[in-house]
Design a protein around this ligand. Structure first.
Ligand code: EPZ
Length: 423
């Protein structure tokens, strides 16, 4: 297995082009199942999660062509007919987002058989909200041999669905299912994450009738058919937030190109509170820290527009060297603290108390061999390593390759000493 090596201590200075958002691209790719016409998606990041999902779409009947430039891929996805309504365990177990094909398959074919999902091990991650929502739309759902088997003879019907909690994936799935359902579906307490809004805009470009986009009540009036469209994936706010934190950690000056600050404002305001300087001209974000130590700052993860759970691990890495004690509360996933024991290997002082981590800032971190446990935890290890004395070796970097495009190249262009050793 590959390893990533970092010799810490260099300040990051320069600019980083932010890639298309993994978590926006994934649902957009599944939307290609909703129409027989071509869906052309630009600014698609080059990541293993994207490759895994395109493999699944190929099995289901989507023909995909790829054009690449320096920054991203443009994928044209055409699904003239659905060749299989089964999303197999072998693929769905690798990536949770592939479960989201359930919505498009069921609404287009009135039948779907989709394996229960896998993905990062950050909590129990049930799918009850998806199932209850689709049942409200008239689907009969059984669980057979680890597969969700959904039937909607005569097609899905519009319904009012009030979710007891906010779920990004359930909102993606139910919104796609509702586009071809009979009548109006109202999704109450829907997710408002920018990735949900991106999917909604793409569906509208494909002929869907959706109002309330960007709010927690989405109204979708079903249509007979959707058509092809051309759409660009939004910039990755989590990648941008990760580099913003890395810049603050190393005391550098980094401009993040191609991203709007408003998509991760909660993270930027916490960085400001901790003592970093942040500027948000249109189309980029500049993060600086010169000299002074950061101040410990508390954070509670929340659904959008709150502080994102996908930046919790990275922010914890930042707080390990801040002055004072910070309390980090994780409210979205119940098991998303696996990075704590790895950060301790650098000499960080962190104790866990249920859903809270108490981080007591230290003056020095020391490089160490560490193990990535999930995607965002890997990024936290990189952030700690960039500021640590000596060399860090990160194992299990395949987690990183799921969600960060060319991370070594982007960081070394800003002065980091980081390289990959191939196994
Ligand atoms: C998406 O996961 C993201 N994944 C996650 O990013 C992100 O952390 C998460 O949203 C929250 O923002 C992708 O976009 C591919 P949820 P998702 O359904 O949709 C509970 C990353 O690192 N829940 O909003 O799976 C669930 O257990 C990944 O890029 C139910 O109880 O998240 C969790 O506690 C990791 N029942 C909470 O809701 C359900 O049926 C929020 O999960 C569904 C969810």
């Amino acid at each position: 297995m590959d390893t990533i090596h970092i010799r810490g201590g260099n300040r990051l200075n320069g600019s980083i082009q932010i890639s298309g958002a993994k978590n926006a691209a994934l649902p957009l790719l599944t939307a290609a199942l909703l129409t027989g016409e071509p869906l052309r998606l630009g600014n698609v990041p080059r990541l293993t999660d994207i490759r895994t999902l395109t493999k699944l779409l190929g099995v289901l009947g989507t023909v995909i062509t790829r054009a690449s430039d320096d920054h991203a891929d443009t994928l044209t996805l055409t699904t003239p007919e659905i060749l299989s309504t089964t999303a197999p365990y072998e693929i769905v177990s690798q990536i949770r987002a592939s479960f989201w094909v359930l919505g498009p398959l069921l609404t287009r074919c009135h039948y779907a058989r989709v394996s229960l999902p896998g993905g990062c091990a950050i909590g129990a991650r049930p799918v009850d909200l998806y199932i209850k929502g689709l049942q409200k739309m008239g689907a009969e759902i059984d669980l057979v041999d680890g597969y969700v088997v959904a039937n909607a003879p005569g097609g899905l019907k519009g319904a009012v669905i009030r979710s007891p909690m906010v779920s990004v994936g359930a909102t993606h799935t139910l919104m796609m299912a509702a586009t071809l359902a009979d009548g109006e579906t109202v999704l109450e307490n829907a997710a408002r994450e920018p990735e949900v809004t991106d999917l909604a805009h793409c569906l509208v470009a494909m002929g869907a009738k959706i109002t309330g986009i960007g709010t927690s009540t989405l109204r979708i009036e079903g249509v007979e058919k959707l058509h092809g469209a051309t759409y660009n994936v939004i910039a990755d706010r989590i990648e941008a937030g990760t580099y913003a934190i890395a810049a603050a950690m190393t005391g550098g000056d980094v401009t993040l190109e191609g991203v709007e600050g408003e998509t991760f404002e909660a993270a930027l305001s916490v960085l400001r509170a901790a003592g970093a300087e942040v500027e948000t001209p249109q189309g980029s974000v500049r993060v600086m820290r010169n000299g002074a130590r950061l101040q410990a700052t508390d954070v509670v993860t929340q659904v959008f527009p709150g502080f994102p759970t996908d930046l919790q691990a990275q922010f914890m890495a930042l707080m390990t060297m801040a002055e004072g004690e910070s309390e980090i509360t994780e409210t979205i996933f119940e098991n998303r603290f696996m990075h704590v024991q790895e950060l301790a290997r650098f000499g960080a002082d962190i104790s866990l108390h249920g859903d809270k981590a108490l981080v007591r800032g230290v003056e020095v971190l020391k490089g160490a061999p560490v193990m990535a446990s999930d995607l965002r935890a890997s990024a936290a290890l990189i952030i700690a390593a960039l500021a640590a004395e000596g060399e860090t070796i990160i194992n299990r970097v395949y987690h990183l390759d799921r969600g960060f495009e060319r991370i070594e190249a982007k960081l070394s262009a800003c002065g980091a000493e980081i390289w990959r050793e191939k196994a």
